[in-house]
Design a protein around this ligand. Sequence first.
Ligand code: ZN
Length: 86
Amino acid sequence: MKHGIPCPACGSLVQHVVETRKQRGYIRRRRQCLECPMAFSTEERNLWHFQSNADETREQMHMLIKARVAKAAQELGRIRSMMADL
Ligand SMILES: [Zn+2]
C-alpha cells in the first residue's frame, strides 16, 4: 500500500499503517516501514487557507456589499417612482 509519506530512515513509500487515531482536528497514523525496521507516526490535518487571504476576502466582501447596496438603492428608486405615478 502506497501512502506517499517517505520513511524518515530509508525514504521508502511502502509502509503498513499500524494504527489510525482520529484526534480533534487531525488524524494520527502510526506507520511501520515495510523496507526497514523504522516505525513512525504521521498527522494529517486539514489546512484552511482563508486566513492568509483575509484582506482580499474582506475587499471582495466590501465590493459585494457595495454592489448589493447600489442595487437596493436602484430598486428603491424604482419603487418610489412607481409610487409617485399612483
Ligand atoms: Zn524505512
